[in-house]
Design a protein around this ligand. Structure first.
Ligand SMILES: Nc1ccn([C@@H]2O[C@H](COP(=O)(O)O)[C@@H](O)[C@H]2O)c(=O)n1
Ligand SMILES: C[C@@]1(CO)OP(=O)(O)OP(=O)(O)OC[C@H]1O
Length: 158
């Protein structure tokens, strides 16, 4: 059996009045993430973890941020595509563990819904994805709510 680990990181700006989609969930907040797609930083970090595990470059390599096809697209669709690339090579996704660094809003109440969306996109069980959150204790660009960061790791096997 071949087992590989993958790591992903992403960061997006937070801007006043933008929709805030995280893990496929639309959060009620005065600020939202800005990007070419729906700027779902959590889904993007998971995409990069999957792609990294399979040595398949990164999300921007497959979905260029200058391509009109991806403008405003749901990142769950991009995640589904990344999972498909792995499945097509015979890999299955063992588990994913993700960490959000975000000052506000509180993420914990939304974790079950986020797990459901991401698990469905990857074709895995909700039990095989973990989502956690921390503030940055008011420090730096995260603490000032200028941006949001996500990290993810995964194991894949074939
Ligand atoms: N946006 C966030 C940040 C944190 N949490 C939860 O609160 C706990 C304490 O966070 P600290 O940054 O003060 O250590 C953290 O462990 C999370 O459970 C959250 O839900 N949303
Ligand atoms: C997802 C893509 C493509 O729409 O755009 P963004 O939403 O800007 O996200 P980012 O994490 O900066 O990079 C990957 C992109 O190519």
């Amino acid at each position: 059996m071949k087992i590989r680990v993958g790591f992903g990181f992403d960061v997006h700006q937070l801007r006043e009045g933008h929709p805030f989609i995280l893990g496929g969930v639309l959060l009620e907040h005065h600020k939202g993430a800005f990007g070419h797609s729906d700027a779902d930083v959590l889904a993007h970090a998971v995409c990069d973890a999957l792609l990294g595990a399979a040595n398949k470059r990164d999300i921007g390599h497959h979905f260029k941020n200058t391509d009109e096809r991806w403008k405003g697209i749901s990142s769950l669709i991009l995640l589904k595509e990344c999972a498909k690339m792995l499945h097509d090579e015979g890999y299955s996704i063992n588990n994913v563990d993700a960490m959000l660094c975000i000052e506000a809003p509180k993420i914990n109440p939304h974790v079950p819904a986020m797990k459901k969306h991401l698990a469905l996109a990857m074709g895995i069980s909700e039990d095989d994805i973990s989502i956690k959150a921390t503030t940055n204790e008011t420090m730096g660009f995260i603490g000032r709510e200028e941006g949001v960061v996500a990290y993810a790791v995964c194991l894949i096997q074939k």
